[in-house]
Every structure is written in C-alpha cells, then in structure tokens.
Ligand binder design. Structure first.
Ligand SMILES: Nc1ncnc2c1ncn2[C@@H]1O[C@H](COP(=O)(O)OP(=O)(O)OP(=O)(O)O)[C@@H](O)[C@H]1O
Length: 818
C-alpha cells in the first residue's frame, strides 16, 4: 500500500464510525443515545478533539475543535440546535472526505464535459446516432427498452463487483468483503440430502498464495436438473480465471466464500482492468456482454451532465445530497464505495421526494374539497350500538374513535388508515364509523378481500344493526342474479343503508343513492385505483382503510402518505398470548393426541395448508390430502371440515357455520381463513409447510386462535432442516407483537413482498431499500412540505412541476398543476 493509500484509510476509519453515530442519533430524533460504552455526545466530544494522528490542516483542526466543545454542551441544546449541530458535523466530515478525494470526484468535471461533448447529441438523441454503435447493437438495446441516450443512463446496474478491496487468498479474513482473482482448481455440484429443493455448488480456487472453497446455493427445483448441472460445469472448467467478490465466512472446515458474486474473466476483461475500481454488473441479454455495455456507458455518461436537477445547490447542501449528474455518473462508474452509497442515496431520495409531493398534492386537493355540513337525523344510532356491544372499548379503540369522529365533523372528507394488530378490535370501529355517517342519512360500504370475510362481517353487522333498524346487504361475485338485482335497486333508492362485499362493490352497476362512507378492510389487497373507483360512487366520500399488518410510521408515510394514520396499540383485556412452537413432521402424531385432548375439553382446532390439492410441481402438503388423512385415519371420533377457495359460496358458508357452531371440531383449510375469521373457541392451530409463508402472514393466520380468554397454541410444521429458515420462524416463537413481526418481515422480504404487491409505484431499488432509509423518507417528506409551503403552485420549481406532470398517470396532478 502506498503512503497515500494508508493515509486515506486512516481518515476513512476515523470518519466512518462518526458518520454512523451521527446517523443513529438523527434516526433517534436527537435524544443523545447511549451507546455500548458512552453517550453519543461524549463520544463525539472525545473523537473530534482527538486528531493527533490524522495530520489535518489547521482549517479542519479548528472546525472539529469547535464542534467538539459544542458536543460537551449537547445536553443543554434544544432538539433544533442538536439537529443543526449534527448536520454541520456531517458536512464537516464530508468536506474532509472530499478534500482527500474520498468522495465522488470523478473525471467527468465541467471542463472534461465541455471538451468531450458532441454538440450533435443530447439526452434525447436516438442511440442509432452514437458513433459506431451498429445496427445489431441498436436492435439488442431496443430489446432492453433502450432507445435514447437517457435510457442508457437510466439503465442502472443490478449489482457491483468491488475490486477496491482486492486481496490475495492468504490474506482473507472472516466476515469481511473481498474480491479475489483466482483460478478454478476443482468444481463439483450436488443435490442437498436435507432439502429436496436445494443444490449446492463448490468451486475450489487458487492463486499464488493459497486456495479457498467458494460455495453457492441454488434453491428451486429447476436447479436440480442435469442440464443445469452440466451448464455450470462447462462454465467452471479447471484453469478458468474468476473474480470472486463477497463475504468470507469461517466454518469448522476453514474459510470459504459463501454465495459471492462470481465473474468469469477472459483475457479481454483482465485487460479492461477494473483493478482498484468497482465494476458495475448489468442485467443484459446473453448476446450483449457486460463489458460492451460498460463501454457504451463510458461513451455516453458525459450526457448525465445535461440531466435536469430538481434540487438546487442550496437544497443539496441542506440535505447533504450529491447533484443528480454526479449521482448518475457514480451509479454506473463509482470511484469508490462512498461515492456509490451517496449516489444511491440521491436517487432513492428523488423517488421518495416525488412520491411525497404527489401525496401532499393529493391531500391538499382533498382538503380543498368541502362537503356541505350534513345535519344529523338519527343521533341515537352510534349510542345505541355502543350500548349493545357486550364489552367496554379499550382506551386505544376510544382514542381512534375520537379521531374518526373529529374527522367526520369536519368539512373536508376523511382519509384515514387504521392500523391494528390481529384481534385488536378493528371491526367495532368500522361499524361505529359507518353509523356516524348513517346518522346523517349517508350510506356506507364495507369492502373486504374475500367472500368468507365479507360473509362474516355481514353476519356481525346484521346481528348488531338489525335491531337498530339499519338495513345491511351482502354483495359478492356469488350473489344470485335475482338477489343482486334487488340489492342494486334498493341501493339506488336509498333503501339499503350499508352494503358489505368484495371486489363486486366497485363494479359500474353498483350505484348508491348517497354514499358517504367507505371502509376498506385489508386495504393493501386493493389498489389505489380500485379504492378510488368505489370512493367516486359518492360525492366527497369519506374513507377509512384498515390493515392488520401494522407497519412502521416511516414506511406507512412512504406508502400511504396521503392518509392520516390511527393505531390501535393494545389488545382487548384478558387475552392470553399464543404459545408458538416450530415442530418437525415426525412430531405430528404426538401433536394429534394433544388436539384430541383439547377437543375432548370442547375446544376446536385449525389445520392450515399452502395448497388446495397435490401438485406435481411442488412437494407440499395439500388441504384435500390432509383432510382425507385426518378424517379417515386420525380423528375418527371427531368431525373434520374442509375449507378452500374452490368451494362454492354455499359450501363455504356451510363449513364455516358448522365450525362457528362447534359442530365441526377441526377445520382443515387453505389461507382463505387468513383474514378475519373470528371463532373465539378455537385454541389450536397447526400450519403445514410453514416455511412457505411470510412472517406477517403466519402472524395473521395464528391470529385466528387466541381470540378468547383460554390458552392457545400455534404449531409451525416445517420439513426444512434449514438453520436460516428456522431462525426466521423463531421470530414468531418469541413475539406476539404484530408491529415487531412486520418490521422483521420487512427486513427479510422487503415491502413489495410484505404488502402483497407494489402499491406505491416505487421502483424495486427504492422499495427494497426503504427499511434502511427511514431518515431519507422523513427528509423527503419534510422537504416536500417545505417546497409546497414556500411555493404552493410550483412557480419557482418548474422542473419539479414538469416532472410531476410527466411521471404522473394521476389525473388529479395534471388537473391540479395545470
Ligand atoms: N374492547 C374489547 N374488549 C373485549 N373484546 C373485544 C373488544 N374489542 C373487540 N373485541 C373482540 O375481539 C375479537 C377480535 O375483534 P375484531 O374481529 O374486531 O378484530 P380485528 O382487529 O378485526 O382482527 P383481525 O384483523 O384479526 O380480523 C372479537 O371477538 C371482538 O368481539
């Protein structure tokens, strides 16, 4: 290592932990966090004054000295002053980093740009105009959706090979990220004996210092075929040169690379020489090599300089973000990891910022809509209903109801999201909300994702509301024609007060007389467009969305930023936490005895399966098969029922009714029961192939037991003998807290998966990084609020305005901004 490199590393190692501490403090809202050994301010105070080895210039010594003494008074500062100090310190560190070339300085400076730019080309130029691109390449690029220079620049790498930390095999240390260039010595691939879906590939590589094993895991049936094995074998013939980039782990057999990035190097690539740099890897078709694409990028990256930036220099400084053009250059050709991190941060920020702008504009439009104050005609409805409920509302339920009442007494329509863990009592709130509007003679709609749940809600509603002379109807895809016609006529005449149903509700034929309130349960199962279709059936309709997958505030902000948020934070009293256990299939027989004992005591059980019937493609248990097995071979004394999505409504209703009335003791079901089935007498749940489900989904499922006051149990059966999988499921053994579980699920699967589908329209790279970008989400929200406050019509922010209009398929933004 040269002296200069050593110096840069010294500074890097000093800056990094400080940056981390500043980030943590800012994430925790400047509360002076207590670290492992000391408080945040003491740590900063000491580190910023201890500059002895760093050989800094006087300018930095003075700057950090001043910061250091301010941190000794940190406890006396108010939050705003603390925030300022943290921001300034961060900027100081950034400046130091830049001064030693730690950051994003790339060769594409303004003077390089003016010398090398081809004035005939611009961002919007057709790729055919790029010199020597050739017709074939043009076609290949078109196949990737690339037509103009801007498209090339917006084609981001899928990942990177980091050659900056390139080391010889002998110097590899466990738990660090490295890149090694080495040669294949031995290759073998085999099917795992523990997991029928897993194949394991091992490559032994060597360089002049030593050798090491590289292991890669392939999960999925298609990786078990002979053709896959032989294709891999032909790639890694002994003597082939590879670049391996990833984490080194230490096991009982020594060090090895586990699941690293592997690049096969040919002589060309070696001469291309990414040594000391970070090489981008793109998702390309087989006929277009990574190297060719990098060459293309190098040719056009300069046009990033023309990219319009929606943030001005003042904003960039305040937000500690790099310019758009720098972020685009460094996302493709990063000079180092720091530059890459900063450019990702900027690109993610832009997406979040635009999204928050859209949310705030939508909210503002909503707030501008004024409903006419409607007079209350039947002021007894809510009171009578609450008197009829056989329990006291929890404090949390009361608080939420107050928030809703206050919204509904306002002249602007309500748009509220209600988050509450499974079994926290959202249904009562939904009914109360519908009644508040009904008191003003406004009809209500309750939309839910499944027929089973719709039917259950309907029954609940008629039980409570028929005595109050409220007319409730149920409309689903299976409602017979004659009945449907009758409901639709009465709905139009205003004879139906509340309509409960599934997706059938937003069909065009459903016309209300005066729709005032829409409640959507499990709202993430519906898209924004579907939600709006239903809302548009009334004038200025109020909306209450409900979800039992509670997500952290910051994430809720980025996904549902146009809604106000209420939370039910406590469960009704007397609930005994559900005991959850992971078990193997071998332990099932013992468990069945236990189920029998519970049934003898009058209790009931659920058995949940991932599939309706056996499938050749998947080696999973199915509901039909297990139903047959349990009813014919195991529970001969008891009544076993079968529920799944392919039954018709009458069959479904019959099974559910029998279970509700305890005529069926054991209900074998697919996940159709996941949402909302409420049978407080059920105390045991067994979930087969539990490794197939997400944590939040499992939490929802097990929420079907433990709804009464008796002790309840949930057994997660898994065939996988897989440490990682069990670690994931163990989260459920340890916790019954839906917020905590959703957060863990988020970390493991990302929001797109957790919430079923991509509701927000955010690109994958942003969505998957959301959990790590809480601070950025808040920043984007605050910045959007600031911009709209200072420049409500975006007269000063023309670029931003254009981009919002361009990017928007939402008519309201067009209408609003034009
Ligand atoms: N304050 C309360 N005290 C006692 N029991 C309550 C209270 N509120 C609701 N319950 C009961 O708790 C059970 C769960 O309520 P509810 O079905 O409304 O929950 P939920 O939040 O909709 O849950 P899920 O998302 O699982 O459907 C019901 O049996 C309900 O009657």
């Amino acid at each position: 290592m040269t002296n200069n490199e050593e110096y840069i590393n010294l500074i890097k190692d000093w800056i990094r932990p400080l940056q981390k501490a500043l980030t943590l403090e800012s994430e925790n809202r400047f509360t002076n966090l207590l670290g492992k050994k000391q408080y945040f301010n003491d740590y900063l105070n000491k580190s910023l004054s201890n500059l002895n080895n760093l050989k800094l210039t006087n300018e930095f010594i003075k700057l950090f000295g001043e910061f250091s003494s301010k941190y000794s008074e940190y406890n006396d500062l108010d939050i705003k002053q603390r925030k300022r100090l943290v921001i300034d310190t961060r900027k100081g560190l950034l400046k130091l980093g830049k001064s030693i070339n730690l950051n994003y300085s790339n060769k594409y400076t303004d003077s390089y740009y003016s010398k090398n730019i081809d004035s005939n080309l611009s961002l919007n130029s057709d790729i055919g105009l790029i010199k020597s691109i050739g017709k074939i390449n043009k076609n290949k690029l078109n196949e990737l959706g690339i037509y103009c220079i801007k498209d090339i620049i917006n084609y981001f790498p899928r990942t990177y090979l980091d050659y900056t930390n390139r080391v010889k095999i002998i110097n590899l240390k466990p738990d660090n990220l490295y890149t090694c260039i080495a040669t294949v010595k031995k290759f073998y691939i085999y099917k795992s004996s523990n997991n029928s879906n897993l194949s394991i590939m091992n490559i032994v590589i060597f360089d002049e210092t030593s050798s090491i094993k590289v292991t890669k895991f392939f999960l999925g049936k298609r990786f078990r075929s002979y053709s896959f094995f032989s294709s891999q074998k032909s790639l890694y013939i002994p003597g082939t040169k590879l670049a391996i980039s990833g984490k080194v782990k230490l096991s009982e057999y020594g060090k090895n690379f586990v699941d690293p990035q592997i690049e096969i190097l040919n002589t060309n690539e070696e001469s291309f020489n990414f040594s000391g740099k970070i090489m981008p890897l793109y998702s390309l078709s087989e006929s277009f090599s990574n190297l060719s694409f990098i060459r293309l990028i190098k040719r056009v990256i300069i046009y990033s300089k023309q990219y319009p930036d929606i943030l001005n220099q003042k904003q960039l400084n305040f937000l500690s973000l790099v310019s758009k053009s720098d972020s685009l250059i460094n996302i493709h050709l990063p000079v180092n990891q720091n530059a890459l991190i900063e450019s990702k941060k900027r690109l993610v920020f832009d997406e979040l910022f635009l999204l928050q702008m859209k949310f705030l504009l939508r909210k503002r439009k909503n707030n501008k809509k004024l409903t006419i104050q409607k007079s209350i005609k039947k002021n007894f409805l809510l009171k009578d209903f609450l008197n009829k409920v056989p329990f006291q509302l929890t404090k949390s339920q009361e608080k939420v109801l107050d928030e809703i009442k206050s919204d509904l007494s306002d002249l602007t329509p309500m748009s509220r999201l209600l988050q509450g863990d499974v079994g926290s009592g959202k249904t009562i709130i939904a009914i109360a909300t519908l009644l508040i509007e009904l008191e003003k003679d406004q009809q209500g709609a309750l939309m839910v994702p499944t027929e089973v749940l719709a039917t259950q809600h309907y029954k609940n509603l008629i039980q409570f509301l028929n005595p109050l002379l409220v007319s409730v109807e149920l409309l689903t895809g299976n409602t017979p024609q004659k009945k449907r016609k009758e409901i639709l006529t009465n709905l139009k005449n205003g004879m139906v007060d509340i309509l409960v149903g599934t997706h059938a509700l937003f069909e065009d034929k459903v016309v209300f007389n005066s729709l005032g309130m829409v409640v959507i349960d499990e709202q993430h199962r519906f898209g924004v467009t579907q939600r709006n279709r239903l809302l548009n059936k009334g004038d200025n309709t109020n909306l209450l969305s409900m979800t039992a997958t509670p997500i952290p505030r910051t994430l809720a902000l980025s996904l549902y930023g146009d809604l106000d948020i209420s939370q039910i934070t406590e469960l009704p009293p007397g609930r005994v936490p559900i005991t959850t256990k992971i078990i193997s299939e071998e332990e099932l027989n013992k468990l069945f005895k236990r189920v029998e004992n519970e049934i003898d005591k009058g209790k009931q059980a659920y058995v949940i399966l991932p599939l309706i019937e056996d499938s050749e493609k998947m080696n999973l248990s199915s509901a039909k098969k297990i139903y047959q097995y349990l009813s014919e071979e195991i529970f001969l004394k008891n009544k076993v029922g079968l529920l799944h999505g392919k039954l018709n409504s009458e069959e479904k209703n019959n099974v559910i009714n029998s279970f509700v009335n305890n005529e069926v003791n054991i209900l074998v079901s697919t996940t159709v029961i996941e949402v909302g089935i409420d049978v407080p007498n059920a105390s045991i749940m067994i979930i087969y192939n539990s490794e197939r489900f997400g944590l939040s989904q499992l939490h929802q499922l097990r929420g079907r037991v433990g709804r009464g006051s008796q002790k309840s149990f949930c057994y997660l059966v898994t065939s996988e003998n897989n440490g990682l999988e069990n670690k994931r499921l163990r989260v459920l053994e340890k916790s019954n807290d839906g917020f905590y579980i959703a957060e863990k699920d988020l970390e493991l699967r990302g929001p797109g998966q957790l919430l079923g589908y991509k509701q927000s329209g955010l690109p994958d790279f942003v969505l998957d990084n959301l959990p790590n970008n809480k601070v950025l989400i808040e920043k984007a929200r605050e910045e959007a609020q600031r911009v709209l406050k200072e420049d409500p019509d975006l007269r000063e922010n023309i670029l931003l305005k254009d981009l919002l209009i361009d990017n928007s398929n939402n008519k309201f933004i067009h209408d609003f901004l034009n």
